[in-house]
Write a protein that binds this ligand. Structure first.
Ligand code: SF4
Length: 228
């Protein structure tokens, strides 16, 4: 039996069906609901216009899109930052336009925080960072998460790398990102395992890992490795 999830957003009135193809969803709900649109975790319904590129000193991020009120990119209703640049190149990736490391717009972290958290009236249970590959820009990402956590924001980070692969990286900012992430969705997109992936995931191999730094610290091998 096919397993799927209805997501009803009381704020916007949107109905999202996860786990079905468009044809299956229309067969199920087509007589009851207006015409629908296919979406996925990396494709917003409406993106927010980005600020102008920055040349100010300080940490920057190369940004593909920012959008708000997503109910498919983590728990609750979320503001979403989609970063530019991904070297992983999973076959069947839904967002190939985010792969080019020179695409998108380079913005200061302060401008990104402002675009994510304002207008302040936007309903928001947290901020999600996805890609592209967010850990392709660890310095800027760590600076962003520092500011979000200082503001008390719940953070979700998607990565095409597994937690174990991230733990082996030497850059201190990668480990800081893991400490500042409340929920990590890890692993590459695997097209042959896309059906029935479950909420917030693109394929069944991907894992939902709350507090990834704590998960690693609880792993004896990681603790022995002396990583921060
Ligand atoms: S990691 Fe994400 S953005 Fe990169 S190729 Fe895979 S699915 Fe696409």
């Amino acid at each position: 039996m096919t397993e799927f999830t209805w997501v009803l957003d009381p704020t916007s009135g949107k109905v999202v069906l996860e786990g079905l193809t468009v044809e299956e969803a229309l067969a199920l709900a087509g007589d009851l609901l207006p015409a629908g649109r296919e979406i996925n975790c990396g494709r917003p319904l409406v993106a927010t216009p980005l600020p102008a590129a920055t040349d100010t000193p300080g940490p920057t991020l190369r940004v593909a899109r920012i959008y708000h009120a997503s109910v498919v990119d983590g728990p609750g209703c979320r503001s979403v930052l989609q970063l530019q640049g991904c070297p992983i190149r999973c076959p069947g990736c839904y967002v190939p336009e985010t792969h080019d490391p020179d695409g998108g717009v380079a913005l200061s972290v302060d401008d990104v925080v402002t675009a994510l958290l304002h207008p302040s009236g936007t309903p928001r249970d947290g901020v999600t960072v996805l890609g592209g590959e967010p850990l392709f820009q660890p310095q800027g990402l760590a600076a962003l998460l520092r500011e979000l956590k200082a503001a008390g924001i719940h953070t979700v980070v998607y990565s095409g790398y597994t937690l174990e692969a991230l733990a082996r990286r030497r850059e201190p900012e990668v480990h800081e990102v893991l400490r500042l992430t409340d929920l990590l969705v890890d692993g590459p997109f695997v097209r042959s395992r896309a059906t029935g992936a479950g909420e917030w995931r693109g394929s069944r191999n991907q894992r939902l890992i709350p507090n990834p730094a704590m998960a690693l610290a609880a792993d004896e091998g990681y603790a022995r490795s002396g990583q921060p």
